[in-house]
Design a protein around this ligand. Sequence first.
Ligand code: APR
Length: 250
Amino acid sequence: MALNDAAKLLGQARHVVVFTGAGISAESGVPTFRDALTGLWSRFDAQSLATPQAFQEDPELVWGWYEWRRRLVQQVRPNHGHLAVARLAAHVPQLTLITQNVDDLHERAGSEAAVHLHGSLFAPRCATCSRPTPSPATPEQPAEGRRIPPPRCAHCGGPVRPGVVWFGEQLPEEALFAAAQAASQCDVLLTVGTSGLVYPAAEIPRLAARSGAAVLQVNPEPTPLDPIATANLRGPAAEILPALVSAAWS
Ligand code: APR
């Protein structure tokens, strides 16, 4: 299906779900996870950085790595893909934005109430008592791999951890419930910049398809979501999304 036909579907939709992954932030300069060479998991070991065990064993390494990522995100800006998603909300009767990303680029682009399935780099909490803690002052650009001692919880003295969902951890229940509900009720789901490999998040586009919604995929590469998609729009998000919104409401 061509872009104009996909735009027609979008233009007629009552309830649109936008489901995003790391690819939507790639053109802002935030590395994805699985892209060859540039992806974080081709440069860093997920097991020694993104698991509760890793934080237990070496909290300074893990905290330092997330501080590096947080600083990087603070230095970049939303791109035309994020801006198009924010614009889309003004055009459709109902929009639910669900993201796997832990950056705040959707919010900085003007999107409201993004459902963060994998948490956020800007919501640290105590690893012992789970109380949210304010984000510490951002250090000058921490070098990659630099160890930084995590701050201590003001309430119980426990170490503060990044507010992200690590491998082996449950997704936030409320966010997952809101995402599943929206996916089962929407009539169009736009999936952007995700490899569709990490569950349970990757179930969301599939749930929408099973519930009768049209799935529109934006990704320069094929993914396991191709077979369930009504349209596979091959290209970068910052190009395809503005074109889609303009074609739907020009
Ligand atoms: N525009 C659109 N898509 C892009 C772009 C771009 N400019 N650049 C890359 N992509 C696509 C890639 O082709 C790939 O399919 O984005 C996808 C990124 O996939 P992943 O790196 O696997 O990221 P994601 O799907 O978000 O990962 C899911 O895995 O590591 C965990 O918790 C982490 O939330 C993350 C989850």
